[in-house]
Design a protein around this ligand. Sequence first.
Ligand code: FES
Ligand code: FES
Length: 168
Amino acid sequence: MRAISPEGAKAHLIHLMLNGQARSLHVLPWTTLLDLLREQLDLIGTKKGCDHGQCGACTVLRDGQRVNACLTLAVMCDGAELVTIEGLADGEQLHPMQRAFIRHDAFQCGYCTPGQICSAIGLAHEGRADSRAAISEQMSGNLCRCGAYANIVAAVEEALPLMQQVRP
Ligand code: FES
Ligand code: FES
C-alpha cells in the first residue's frame, strides 16, 4: 500500500545505496524507512512488529550501524548505504551470520530472525560484545516471542569473530 499524499504534500527525492544498488526514490516526509522498504519497495524480509521501536523486528543496517527502521524516516536516509536481510547473501552463499543461525537452529517461527541477524551484524561492527553475557545484553533490543534466545546467543557468539573481516 502506498502512502496517500494529501493535496499539496511534497515528496522528497533521496538517493541511497540499497543492498548494493544505487536507488533514487521519491518519499513523503512522514514515510518511515520500514514502510518504504515493505510497502514501496516490496522488501518484506524486514518485519513490522510493534512499529514503536520496542521489538527490533525491523532492524536494518544504515552505514553499517543497526537502526530500527520503524523509527527512522526515509528522508533521513538520503545518501546512506542501507543493507536489509535481502542484501546479506552473496548469490547462493549465505552471510556467515545467516549460516550460524541455521547451524544453531536459532529460530522457531522466524518472525524476529531478519532483525536479529541484522542486529547481530551491527553488534559485530560495534566491537563491544566480548562475552555471552555481553551479547545477550547488547541484543536485548531484539525480542523473540518464541524464546529462542539461548540459540540466538550461541549463533551470534560463533559468528562474531568472522565478522571482523566482513562488512555488509
Ligand atoms: Fe520497529 Fe518493533 S517494528 S522496533
Ligand atoms: Fe519466533 Fe523469534 S523465532 S519470534
